[in-house]
Design a protein. Structure first.
Length: 257
């Protein structure tokens, strides 16, 4: 077993959080947790075998082992690691995560999350679960899966969509976005269309309208406030855009929710 499929759309349920010390009582441990995932952050060198597949533990590596897997540790002396035993939810798309991988530049943030969870456990389990949930998402993004059939998003497109999301309430132009992400206007336009199937301007308009629909249906914010919050402060323009993109006026959208 080299990778596991984990669903992270729901917060985990923690069964235990702690610091485990192995080695003094013997150099080999063989065991399984029938109903629980095992999440470990290591500080030592050791050999790990998960369902027959060998892995090389080094300081600063992190492992995620699914329930029912037989694990075999061969220690090289006193070995101390941070551990979490947990249950994962069943919602959302699964993420393919290596059983064992280096934490790299995420080592310090992960160590901090584990430490915060340990400090909160068991007095405030919800706080501990929140810390571990964040850690799991960081771990899931350490090694992007190599899926040959899944197109990767160009870094400039990813940066552009993040910038758009953060600045929907502000005036945005394609040249300004292109400069911010370090490519030319024309190059960003080509990259964006290839990645999303639409223009940058069309994407901005769609995201503004999605946010406007949410505010109209889910909040009691005034329509002028909503218009301003999605970067279309002119009420005539906002009303016109809603009718064109959402099929109804802002008031009608709100009444139908």
């Amino acid at each position: 077993m080299r990778t596991v499929l984990a669903r992270l759309d729901e917060p985990p349920t923690l069964a235990d959080v702690g610091i485990a010390v192995h080695g003094p009582a013997g150099h080999v441990d063989v065991f399984s947790l029938p109903d629980l995932w095992q999440l470990h952050l290591y500080r030592y060198h050791a050999d790990l075998t998960v369902d027959g597949t060998p892995h090389d533990i080094r300081p600063g590596t992190v492992s995620l082992v699914p329930p029912g897997s037989e694990v075999r540790y061969r220690y090289r002396g006193r070995s101390e690691h941070l551990y979490v035993h947990l249950r994962l939810g069943t919602a959302g798309a699964p993420h393919r995560i290596p059983v064992l991988q280096p934490a790299g530049t995420e080592l310090e943030p992960l160590t901090s999350r584990f430490g915060q969870a340990l400090a909160a456990w068991p007095r405030t389990p919800a706080r501990a679960a929140a810390e571990i949930w964040t850690a799991l998402w960081r771990i899931a993004e350490l090694t992007p899966p190599a899926e040959p059939d899944t197109p990767t998003v160009h870094p400039a497109v990813a940066a552009a969509t993040s910038l758009i999301e953060a600045r929907l309430a502000e005036p945005l132009t394609v040249p300004e976005i292109a400069r911010a992400v370090g490519v030319s206007h024309n190059h960003l336009t080509r990259l964006f269309r290839a990645a999303t199937g639409e223009t940058v301007v069309g994407y901005i308009r769609a995201r503004r309208m999605e946010r406007a629909r949410h505010f109209l249906c889910a909040t009691t914010l005034s329509i002028p406030a909503i218009a301003a919050s999605v970067g279309i402060p002119d009420l005539h323009a906002f009303n016109k855009t809603c009718r064109r993109e959402l099929g109804a006026s802002p008031r009608a959208i709100r009444r139908s929710s």
